[in-house]
Each structure stands twice: as C-alpha cells, then as structure tokens.
Design a protein around this ligand. Sequence first.
Ligand code: 7TS
Length: 432
Amino acid sequence: MRFVRNEHWTRTAELKTFQEPETHMLNVEQVRRDFPILDVEAHAGVPLIYLDSAASSQKPTAVIEAMNQYYREYNANVHRGIHRLSEDATNAYEEARGRIGRFINAPYEETIFTRNATESINLIAYTWGRANLRAGDEILTTALEHHANIVPWQMIAEMTGATVRYLPFNHEDGTLALDQLPNYLTERTKVFAFTAVSNVFGTIMPVRALVDAAHAVGAIAVVDGAQAVPHKPVDVKAWDCDFMAFSSHKMCGPTGIGILYGKRDLLAAMPPFMGGGDMIRRVTLAGSTWNDLPYKFEAGTPSIAEGIGLGAAVDYLTELGMDNVHAHEAFITNYALEALSDVKGLNIIGPPANQRAGVAAFTLEGVHPHDIAQLLDADGIAVRAGHHCAMPLHKELGITATARASFYVHTTTAEIDALVLSLNKARKTFGY
Ligand code: 7TS
C-alpha cells in the first residue's frame, strides 16, 4: 500500500502499489513538458486532467511549431507553383506523406490523404463499394463499431441493394463473438469491415486472424485503425488488410487530416472519389483521365499545414517509440482498472486490462454519465459521456450512455488517483 498525494487534492488516498513493467520506458514527466496545454488550468486554480484522448488527443509543441513554421515561412499551394515557397511546401507535404506511410509500413502510393477516418471509410464505401457491390452481396461489420464504420456501409447498401450484417459481441467482456463468425462470414460476404480497437470497450481485436478469415471467403478486409494507430505499432503489411483508415487528431496531430491505406491493385481499379484539380492527368471537354496513385483520390487543394503537422506527430511518436507508448498505456490501463474497481457501484464495461487499449467506459450506480462528466469537470477532469458514436453497442448492452476515461502518453497514476477521488465524491453527492 502507498499513499498518493496530488497537489490539487487536499486529502490522501490509499491505493494499491503497481510495479512498472520493464518495457515501460516513457519518461512521463518529460513527455508532459512537450504538451503546453497541460499547463493550462481547467478552471481558475484547478489544474487540467485530460482523460479524453480517445475523442481527440492533445498536441505537442513539435506539431504546433511545424504548422506555425509552414504558415510563417513557406505558406503556398502544393503541386502547382514553381516558385520557391510552393516547392518548399510541396516537399514538406510529400515528405510528411512518406514518413506517415512508413509509420504504418505503407508504400508512398498506397498512402492517401483524407480529412479523417470517417472520410477514409466513406471513400472505400463509395468507390470500391459502388463498383463491386450488388443485390445479394453482403457487407459484414460488427455491432460494436463506431458509427463511422456502420453508416457509410448502410448508405452504400441502400444504393447497391447489398445487405449489411453485424457480427455480435460478447456482452460480458466486449470481445467479438468469434464462435459465430462462420454464420456471418460466408461466400456472400464481399467486405468485412471491423475496428482494430473498440473506442468504447477498448478491446484489441485479433486483426490478422479476422483479415485471414475474410480472405478465406473471398471478401476484402477493411480495418478501422482510428483507435489503434495512435496507441500501438501498426504494420498494414503484417495485417495484410486491403484497406485501413485512421485520423491524425487522435495521434498528436491536427484535425482535418487522416489517412486511407489501400492495396495498390485495389486502388488502381477503383474509380476516383471526388473530381477536380490535382486528381486528373488530362481534362478535355469530352472527358478526363486520372492521375497516378495516391493523387487520384485527392481532389482539390489539400490540408497542407495539417499534412505537415501529422508528419511532425508521426516523428514525435516515433521518437517516443510506439512500443513504449503501448507499454505505458498498458501500465496506466492496468492501474486504472484496479483503482476504479474500488469505487462502489462503478461498473467498467469491456475486457480485462491485458486485452484492452487505454480506454475505460463505465457506469456509476445512481449517477447519470452526463452528471458524472459534469462533476468531474468541476474538478478539472475531462472525460467523455454519452454513446461515443456507438449507439448500437450501447443499445445491445441495454444502456443509453457511459462515461469514458481514456489515456495517452502523458497520463499519470496521480491523474487516475484524482479520477477515483472525484468519482467517490460524485457518488456521495448523489447519496450513494
Ligand atoms: N473509428 C473509431 C474506432 C473511432 O473511435 C472514431 C472516433 C472514428 C472512427 C471516427 O474518427 P473521425 O476522426 O473520423 O471522427 N471516435 C471518437 C470517440 O470515441 N469519441 O469521439 C470521437
């Protein structure tokens, strides 16, 4: 047992002692100095405890500065001018693409800039889906997905006459009901779209096994990597997935930019997503031909500062080491699950710590998740409350909402201790 004292807290709490794993190599105090927002007070005199990285991560100085530098020193459009600024901007933007691709082991021409994971999945549904799906075909996704991996498939099913099916999950631990997979993944299935990590349960999915199962019935495998790429090493070639989507803003990068990875042959055979500048080779009044990959899928002036910012985020995470990022989150998640289990009436949904990424969604008996979030906010603690864009998941569980704490490279055990104290306070406020 040890006593933990957090500057912000006037009382001390008795909490369990955890041994830091040997692979845990992040110097968290040093990491915290990289994030200027962590010095900002949530309210006057109340320090910020940011436990909402699964919704959007905070940004290190290196990312903010890379974007500032672009605007201050070489702001210009890319792929167009032959003047110095435009050349510098093009080089920085395209070099960022190369580094982002290497981060997930994707070749340059298979690394497509989009606005976010949502747009990446829509791009696949609208282009690959419209060209390849017809009545009688099935799209398989799962009942625990984020809406971004459900709604585009429903829309494309409506357009093509295909049917969407949903692999159930095990309610007690938030894992997929893999024993039922043969009933859902059949020769009618043309696409199997699933998340690598659940944004609510935190479940880490067996991606390679699911990809192999999809390929065994002749389906393509689409991986939603939005909650995976920011938190652990990801290698799209080792996964052998056909497509993978993720967002910059959840991995220390800016909003407004994301990535679609796709296998070259599939991308080459797909029609473009949007038409306009940059995505064409030649335009005549009679018709147009398309640019090479990856530009064929990138119509119009892109998010240049954001691409450069994501490149800086990838550099930052690479410098920390993704194995270390993952190890730190595993340590914090383990600590959090133990510490939260001491809060009376608190029920955490999802798997045990060893199968879970840095997410803990929970209910607290007698306190609505929105009230939890509001009471935590008064103590400077930022969590998300609601359905987390996973309404079917919550409906399956028979609940409307949960509160969710999520962790990242800067999360400390002291912050978890503060969360536990604040939740106990909330419980007492509501008379439980
Ligand atoms: N897929 C998963 C698994 C996600 O968690 C999210 C965002 C998305 C896709 C969509 O990402 P976007 O950047 O395109 O919006 N998840 C959350 C969340 O859990 N809380 O806020 C956003």
